[in-house]
Design a binder for this molecule. Structure first.
Ligand SMILES: [Zn+2]
Ligand SMILES: [Zn+2]
Ligand SMILES: [Zn+2]
Ligand SMILES: [Zn+2]
Ligand SMILES: [Zn+2]
Ligand SMILES: [Zn+2]
Ligand SMILES: [Zn+2]
Length: 410
């Protein structure tokens, strides 16, 4: 404001030296009074003051072109002047201010974190070398299998790597890749104690491959003995199995339906030969019961010879006879089936008896099967056989039933 006044005054009242003198003698504040300069004196001394006023702006001493209050010049020169001189804190090179700003972020000496996030801090100029040679996250090949792993996991992988060599457990010379160990022990190991190939037959020999080969050549007779013993043992087992199967397939129901096929031929044979006897499969009255067998004379025997068909029951020596009651006292019935096509009109022939306890045949049988049975010499006459369908399609069915009840059908 005062400058303005001065210039106005100069223009307007310069011609009056007295007035100017008066104005120049008036007391004013420094133009930087508001910024904090306390100077106050006659106006004519202001110019001289401004030459030293620390708040007055002057050209930057480093010639950057900026006007800087004297009081801020040192800060400007040190920190903000683009032409200031400064050292990079990392490489300590001296730069002008603007060059330093460009340099920051590129300084090769500045430590920065590894881009692989291994956690290491390395100088920017060394990052390539770090990534290639030292970084714990760099990929390196497993030296056994060639697969790539980060450097900090490759060791752990190597311990379990399938291709890593392991010492042979039989302590032969060479280490073997882990995944080939089984094959090595089986086929190649020079120290393995291999079993003789007749081990399953009972040979206990063990040795290296060569020893086993030699042993096999030398032990033919011994091996044959072993194999033959095995065969004998297996034959005994087969017998036992057959017996078990036979036991399981036994008829233990106390009833037998006896199917007599080729009836005509059998009858013809019975007529021209004496005493032709057909015998049924054996059957049991129960699982641990009496063992029985039916016998049939198509052309009859005894009182029925040549005129009747005779039928008998025989008691065979059984496994459980020692535990059974003797004499045998079960009711026995024989049924000859009429195979008429309409079951309503079928007329079966049934004969049964309760054993006579005094009859020798019902005592416990000896080991020799008894030739004698007990039954009906005149069971069905030949006349009767022709009348109905007792033989159909050359087949006859005869049921033999044994039970502890005393009911007798006639
Ligand atoms: Zn001042
Ligand atoms: Zn400057
Ligand atoms: Zn630097
Ligand atoms: Zn790294
Ligand atoms: Zn590997
Ligand atoms: Zn080995
Ligand atoms: Zn052997």
């Amino acid at each position: 404001m005062i400058k303005f006044i001065i210039s106005k005054i100069k223009k307007v009242i310069y011609p009056d030296p007295e007035s100017e003198k008066a104005i120049m003698g008036s007391v004013v504040y420094c133009i930087h009074h508001k910024e904090g300069c306390q100077w106050s004196d006659e106006l004519r001394k202001l110019k001289a003051h401004l030459n030293t006023c620390k708040h007055d702006a002057v050209l930057c001493a480093a010639h950057c072109g900026a006007m800087i209050p004297r009081v801020l010049m040192q800060d400007h020169l040190r920190y903000t002047c683009p032409r200031r001189r400064a050292n990079c804190e990392h490489c300590h090179t001296e730069f002008s201010g603007s060059a330093l700003e460009e340099h920051q972020g590129n300084c090769g000496h500045e430590p920065i974190y590894c881009e692989n996030k291994c956690g290491a801090k390395v100088q920017r100029r060394h990052t390539q070398q770090h990534l290639q040679q030292h970084c714990s996250k760099r990929l390196v090949p497993c030296r056994h299998c060639g697969q790539k792993y980060t450097q900090d996991t490759v060791c752990a992988h190597g311990e379990g790597c399938a291709r890593a060599p392991v010492p042979c457990p039989q302590r032969c010379a060479a280490p073997v890749p882990r995944d080939l160990l089984d094959a090595h022990l089986r086929d190649h190991c020079t120290a393995a104690a291999l079993p003789c190939s007749f081990r399953d037959a009972g040979c206990r020999f063990k040795g290296s491959r060569q020893a086993v080969e030699r042993h096999t050549e030398e032990s033919c007779a011994q091996h044959l003995c072993l194999v033959s013993a095995v065969a004998a043992r297996q034959a005994r087992q087969l017998d036992a199995l057959r017996a078990a199967v036979a036991r399981l397939s036994l008829n233990c129901t106390g009833a037998l339906v006896w199917r007599i096929a080729d009836w005509t031929a059998k009858m013809a044979e019975a007529k021209c030969k004496d005493g032709v006897e057909l015998v049924s499969p054996a059957f049991y009255t129960s699982q641990y019961g009496y063992k029985l067998q039916a016998s049939l004379f198509l052309n009859g025997n005894g009182a029925g010879e040549s005129t009747h068909m005779s039928v008998y029951i025989k008691i065979l020596p059984g496994e459980y006879d020692a535990l059974l009651r003797w004499p045998f006292a079960h009711t026995v019935s024989f049924t000859l089936f009429d195979q008429s096509s309409s079951p309503d009109r079928a007329c079966n022939i049934v004969e049964s008896f309760v054993p006579d306890p005094t009859w020798k045949n019902f005592q416990r049988p000896s080991k020799e099967p008894d030739a004698l049975g007990f039954g009906f010499p005149r069971f069905v006459s030949h006349e009767m056989l022709k009348k109905r369908n007792f033989v159909k399609d050359d087949i006859m069915f005869l049921r033999v039933k044994v039970d502890p009840s005393k009911i007798v059908a006639v």
